[in-house]
Design a protein around this ligand. Structure first.
Ligand code: DC
Length: 335
């Protein structure tokens, strides 16, 4: 059994506001924890004494949480306490890490879990983004969201369905029915395509190039960007890609743009892929990097470019740790 906490506030003590706030809070807990109603054993509410117009437990019943035990109680009056506040404790069957939900003014009660930190990292292929982002994420205790993996998953789907990337309608059809999920296991991103873990299959040179092509379609970007924003909005994470600072999170406080010469980037990719058994020559990798650079920088929608407020780091002559330290240092300067 798990206990999930939550709280919210209303601006006026009216039955309508209390009903709406309770519904939003409970549905938020259900969604955040992926719950079935049958798992919920009981829901206990407390509210501050300035709420007199409606019982939160009654609101829960009206919101469809009628099959579990419900209970409301009054909180003691505490000087300086948050006003018009409804707190909840939900006991739930299951074994998972509970996600507590704090809404409206109640977010201030748990700043540790409600303030989301996002870091945007953009740059061309081979600039060191993924290696650096993994390390920064680990050091800051936040997730690493590899947005390229999402475009790669779509590219893989196109390969599997023999979709011609130049046939816009075929790619649109595949995009519309794309069943893509990003999950985390032991802090590592798992990319699920139609429920299958394709984290390794999306790393082939064929998929790399195809991802660059399909990512140029505006309907593809609309879908992926929405998913990325949804994750970033509720999760502290460092995201890497091509348009994170310019398009996905333009208001992000922490933006970095990593770059390196094409030769250095090709060499890195070549060494990395060789370890994985790739037979590509350095020249082939360089050609592919140049092709992808051209494609990523020259597409009409959200091309790769540095945001005007991004910190630019040329990683050509830097070690991974030096880049990681520079990023963490800049973040700490601003926090
Ligand atoms: O980062 P990567 O090499 O895994 O990305 C694969 C391709 O996906 C890349 O060539 C361009 C595209 N991409 C994009 O257009 N926007 C992003 N935010 C991430 C990747």
């Amino acid at each position: 059994m798990k206990a999930i906490r939550g709280a919210t506030t209303v601006s006026c003590d009216t039955p309508e506001q209390i009903k709406e706030a309770v519904k939003e809070l409970l549905n938020g807990i259900v969604k955040a924890n992926n719950l079935e109603h049958g798992q919920i054993i009981c829901i206990m509410f407390s509210n501050t004494g300035d709420l007199k117009s409606f019982y939160p437990a009654k609101a829960a019943r009206e919101a469809g949480f009628a099959s579990c035990a419900l209970y409301s109680s009054l909180e003691p009056e505490i000087d300086g306490a948050l006003e018009k506040c409804i707190r909840v404790m939900m006991l739930v069957d299951g074994d998972f890490v509970p996600e507590h939900v704090y809404l409206n003014e109640a977010k201030n009660l748990r700043k540790d879990i409600t303030s989301v930190l996002n870091v945007a990292v953009d740059g061309p292929a081979g600039s060191g983004k993924s290696t650096v982002c993994k390390k920064v994420a680990e050091s800051l205790g936040i997730l690493y969201l590899d947005t390229g993996a999402m475009y790669r998953a779509l590219a893989l789907k196109c390969v599997r369905e023999n979709g011609d990337y130049a046939d816009k309608d075929a790619v649109k059809h595949i995009t519309n029915k794309l069943n893509l999920k990003v999950e985390y296991k032991d802090g590592k991103q798992i990319t699920l395509l139609d429920g299958e873990d394709v984290s390794d299959q999306i790393r082939t040179p064929q998929v790399s190039l195809l991802a660059s092509y399909v990512s140029a379609y505006s309907f593809v970007r609309t879908k992926m960007v929405a998913l990325q924003r949804e994750i970033a909005q509720k999760t502290s994470c460092i995201l890497d890609g091509r348009d994170i600072g310019t398009n996905v999170l333009p208001k992000c406080k922490f933006k970095f743009y990593l770059t390196a010469s094409p030769e250095v980037r090709a060499k890195r990719r070549y060494e990395e892929d060789k370890l994985k058994g790739s037979k590509q020559t350095l020249e082939e990798v360089l050609k592919e990097i140049n092709e992808r650079d051209f494609q990523d920088k020259n597409r009409a929608v959200a091309p790769l470019k540095q945001a005007s407020d991004a910190v630019v780091i040329d990683t050509s002559e830097m070690s991974i740790d030096a880049v990681v330290n520079e990023i963490i240092g800049k973040i700490h300067e601003k926090i």
